[in-house]
Design a binder for this molecule. Structure first.
Ligand SMILES: *Cc1c(COP(=O)(O)O)cnc(C)c1O
Length: 324
C-alpha cells in the first residue's frame, strides 16, 4: 500500500488566503422557528449563496491557483456533470487557464450551458458505454492537462475546509456541526477546521439513505464501494469515499448519519418557506441529519452547513409538489 501525506489545518489556512477576495465569505443565517422546534441555537453557513451556487468553488479555485506556469498554460481537465464542473470552469476562467470538462451526453442542458458559459471546452461521453475517468486520463496524457478530481485531492479538500473555518471564526465554538457527505471533500476539510478551531465540537457527516457507503465505511474501517445510489441528492451520488478523505474522516469525524429523500424535501420546503432560500436536495442533507438527532440538540449551539443551491426551478417545483 502506498503511503501519502495528509493535508492539515495549515493547508486550510493557506487555501483561505488564496481564495480571499475571490470567493464570497458567505453569510451565516439563523431561524427563530427552527430554534423553537429544536430548543437549540442553530447557525446555518450558506454556501448556496457562494459563487456558482455551491462550496465547490472554494476547492476548485484553491487547486487551480496552485498550478505552476506550465500547468496553467497546458490547462485543466475535470469530469463531472455537477457543481465541480462549474467550480473548475469558473476558477479556470478567473485564472485564465484553459479548461476541458468531460460530461455525460445526457447531462442537463442547463448545466452544459452554464459550463460552456464560463468558457470551458465540454467533451461529452456516453455514460452507459464509456468510462469518464479513462477519458479524463487520456485527455490529460495526450494534451499535458492536469486532472483535478472532485474530492480526493489535498488542495480540493483543504479549499472546502475554508467554509467551516469561516463559520467558527464568525460564531465561535459549537457543540455540533452537520455537513453533507458525498465523496468526503467537504466533510474532511471541515474536519480539519473543526479539530483546529473547536476541538470539542461533535462533527457529523450526512449522506443519502440510499447510498450509505460512507456510514458503512466509517463503521467498518474500510472504504465500501456501492452502485450509483438512486436519490434526489444528485451531488452525493458517489460510489465510495477517497483515500485522503476517508483517512481524515475516520480520524476526526464523530459519526455518519443518513437522510431519506422525503426528509430532504421537507428540509428544502423549510428553507424556501421559512428562510426564503433555494437549497438543492444535496444541500439539505445537513439539516435533515440534524433534525434526526433533534433530541440531543436541546440547549446546544449547532452548526448546519448548507452546501449548495443549484436546482432547476422546474425540478424544485416538481419536488415540492410531489409526495416523495
Ligand atoms: C459535491 C457536493 C456535495 C458533496 O461533497 P463531497 O466533497 O463530494 O463530499 C454536497 N453538496 C453539494 C451541493 C455538492 O455539490
Amino acid at each position: 500500500m502506498t503511503t501519502f501525506e495528509l493535508p492539515t489545518y495549515a493547508d486550510v489556512e493557506a487555501a483561505a488566503a488564496r481564495i480571499a477576495g475571490v470567493a464570497h465569505r458567505t453569510p451565516v443565517q439563523t431561524s427563530r422557528t427552527l430554534n423553537e422546534i429544536t430548543g437549540a441555537q442553530v447557525f446555518f453557513k450558506c454556501e448556496n449563496l457562494q459563487r456558482m451556487g455551491a462550496f465547490k468553488f472554494r476547492g476548485a479555485f484553491n487547486a487551480l491557483a496552485k498550478f505552476s506556469p506550465e500547468q496553467r498554460k497546458a490547462g485543466v481537465v475535470a469530469f463531472s456533470s455537477g457543481n465541480h464542473a462549474q467550480g473548475i470552469a469558473l476558477s479556470a476562467k478567473l485564472l485564465d487557464i484553459p479548461a476541458t470538462i468531460v460530461m455525460p451526453h445526457d447531462a442537463p442542458a442547463a448545466k452544459v450551458a452554464a459550463t460552456k458559459g464560463y468558457g470551458a471546452n465540454v467533451v461529452v461521453y456516453d455514460r452507459y458505454t464509456e468510462d469518464r475517468e479513462a477519458i479524463g486520463r487520456r485527455l490529460a496524457e495526450e494534451n499535458g492537462l492536469t486532472l483535478i478530481p472532485p474530492y480526493d485531492h489535498p488542495d480540493i479538500l483543504a479549499g472546502q475546509g475554508t467554509a467551516a473555518k469561516e463559520l467558527f471564526e464568525e460564531v465561535g465554538a459549537l457543540d455540533y456541526l452537520f455537513v453533507p457527505l458525498g465523496g468526503g471533500g467537504l466533510l474532511s476539510g471541515s474536519a480539519l477546521a473543526t479539530r483546529a478551531l473547536a476541538p470539542q465540537c461533535a462533527l457529523y457527516g450526512v449522506e443519502p439513505e440510499a447510498g450509505n457507503d460512507g456510514q458503512r465505511s466509517f463503521r467498518s474501517g474500510e472504504i465500501v464501494h456501492i452502485d450509483t445510489p438512486k436519490t434526489i441528492a444528485d451531488g452525493a451520488q458517489t460510489q465510495h469515499l477517497g483515500n485522503y478523505t476517508f483517512s481524515i474522516i475516520k480520524r476526526d469525524v464523530n459519526d455518519i448519519l443518513t437522510a431519506s429523500d422525503a426528509e430532504l424535501v421537507d428540509a428544502m420546503k423549510f428553507f424556501a418557506v421559512r428562510m426564503k432560500m433555494i437549497v438543492e436536495p444535496t444541500g439539505c442533507l445537513s439539516l435533515a441529519g440534524a433534525l434526526n438527532m433533534k433530541d440531543s440538540l436541546k440547549a446546544k449551539r449547532v452548526g448546519v452547513l448548507i452546501s449548495g443551491g443549484n436546482i432547476d426551478l422546474e425540478r424544485f417545483c416538481a419536488l415540492a409538489a410531489a409526495a416523495v
